[in-house]
Design a protein around this ligand. Structure first.
Ligand SMILES: [Cu+2]
Length: 116
């Protein structure tokens, strides 16, 4: 019985330290974007999810902010803002890459009226 308890606590200890390690490198940032609609949301979330170091990206269409969980060892907020710009959207002070923006459907461009 003692042996089993020792084994169990070892597993517990390992999973706790594994979790602590993960928590230490995963950080979260929020950027204000120029997203317009559900298509923008899908495009940004999809492209970010394929981006190196990104764990999770969720765009809130109410306030147009994107929340990104990322691995701080693999990427940085600066790189993520440049990535969003290359998708065609503003990210805080980083303005959308003009070519990428112009490739977006008309309804997703910054001049478009807000719609759902
Ligand atoms: Cu759109």
């Amino acid at each position: 019985m003692k042996k089993v308890l020792g084994f169990l606590s070892l597993i517990l200890l390992m999973s706790v330290s594994g979790y602590a390690q993960k928590a230490a490198t995963v950080e979260e940032v929020k950027f204000k974007t120029s997203a317009k609609c559900g298509m923008c949301k899908e495009r940004i979330e999809h492209d970010l999810s394929l981006t190196k170091g990104v764990e999770k990206a969720v765009l809130n269409l109410d306030d147009k902010t994107v929340s990104i969980s990322y691995n701080a060892k693999k990427t940085s907020p600066e790189k993520l803002k440049v990535k969003i710009s290359k998708i065609g959207y503003d990210a805080d002070e980083v303005i959308a890459d003009q070519k990428a923006h112009d490739r977006l459907p008309d309804c997703c461009q910054k001049t478009a009226d807000a719609h759902q």
